[in-house]
Design a protein around this ligand. Sequence first.
Ligand code: FIX
Ligand code: ZN
Length: 434
Amino acid sequence: MTNLTTKQLEYPISQDGAGSGDARDVHELRKQVDEILQKTPVFDLHTHLFAPEFGELNLWGIDELLNYHYLIAEMFRFSSITPSEFWALEKTKQSDLIWQTLFVENTPLSEATRGVVSVLNTFGLDTRAKDLRESREFFAAQNPADFIERVLKIANVTDIGMTNDPLDEAEIKVWKSGAKIDSRFHAALRLDRILNGWTDAVPLLQKQNYEVSANLDATTIGETRRFLDDWIQLMNPLYLGVSLPDDFAYPEESIRGKLIKEVVLPTCKEHGISLSLMIGVRRRVNPALKLAGDGLGRTDVSVVARICEENPDVKFLVTFLSRENQHELCVVARKFANLMPFGCWWFLNNASIVAEITRERFELLGTSFIPQHSDARIFDQLIYKWNHSRQLIADALFKSYKGLLEDGRIVTGKEIECDAAKLFSGNFRSWVAK
Ligand code: FIX
Ligand code: ZN
């Protein structure tokens, strides 16, 4: 391939559609892509954040930031503390230890440690501090409502998808209280406990007055559907969602397989609601690490092809945790318009991998995918997660536009704005009709 110089890459002025605000060379194009992607608001479709009405479920501040399970896992690589000793500490002692281990005694190079540095830096706090005194004082002085506004503004996030478990006592209280939930926070009805732990879920459904039993008889199927209908009405969720192991199969002769087929898919169809499949997690690979002990595995992507083919009336949002599954996911998405790939989930949310996956998706799917979600658990994380993602998506998009230019077509400022809007919110909004 010829190595085009910047000079040769100037836009042909005569190309129609190009206006005075459109970039004329690759440097201008790069600047324009960066500027537009910075100012385009995000609809973050999957987080573990909560609206203010959920009170203490809504996490923020330095001690929460440091106790993020990504950092806990990393701390154990450097510290000689045992998991049982660590879990016996108070939260502030845990965060002191994580700070000391990952930020004082070692250089914070990982994505998760850099995230904390980035948040501290955004608030003008010392990123090389010897202890947490200054940052604790800063966060203690914040008014929670103002802090949320400030973070949303910095991250340029307008809408947040929560993760809502209809079997969680604390959440149930809020949903049933009739409290008006901040309209920027949207529910996502999570099915993990039902689909991945039916026997434990049964008494919890019974407690909510649904006549279910461990064996999936006709009454149980009907009652579980009624349970979902009621919660859909109460939460008005964006989608139903579940995380699934790497050996997930469809169809499957199992409790989960039967529930998916006879309860979940018919419910999605009836309500016109999407099903989000997050596939590839191996829970509790090291149980001593609790939430930090989950791992991943590679999946047979043909499960997604089968579920999409058999259920053309249901729309699926799909993300895989294994890097090795990403290319196949793009190919399946080319075959099924009821499939929307989304996000670079969890262990994939690192610069080198996001760059690769996003490039691959542009090359195979154009703009018909959702490049990222934050998966934030602590409010402040929106700042670094979206800052990093915006830069990486801008890099990938610029490279695609540059290729298009080399092939002889200008990209106008309007087109860039339109593409950015699709990627950051439009594709998801139209998928879920919000
Ligand atoms: O299942 C999920 O939604 C995962 O994102 C979480 O369970 C995981 O712990 C996480 O925080 C990943 O970012
Ligand atoms: Zn998540």
